[in-house]
Design a binder for this molecule. Structure first.
Ligand SMILES: [Zn+2]
Length: 87
């Protein structure tokens, strides 16, 4: 019997949200455009859903935790969203 995913999570800080919504997606190295990518990891050590999260899942359930990162179309450098948000 395969494992069933019971939840999804996308957790962003306020700075990351502001970057995603408002800031210019520009490579810190060469100033070219950045392409947004999304990846996820499977976590099963999370507590149950909380009111400020986007998903509902049971404590200890398998949850896909999504995170964004950016890849420069020119120099192929990769930047996690958290790093760009703090620049
Ligand atoms: Zn670049």
């Amino acid at each position: 019997m395969g494992k069933k995913f019971t939840g999804k999570n996308l957790v962003l800080t306020m700075g990351e949200l502001i970057y995603l919504l408002f800031r210019k997606k520009e490579c810190p190295k060469c100033k070219s455009n950045l392409e947004r990518k999304k990846e996820y990891e499977i976590r099963n050590d999370l507590p149950g859903s909380r009111p400020n999260h986007l998903s509902i899942h049971a404590p200890g359930a398998d949850v896909k935790v999504y995170k964004y990162f950016f890849v420069c179309i020119q120099c192929s450098s990769q930047f996690p969203l958290g790093v760009l948000a703090k620049m």
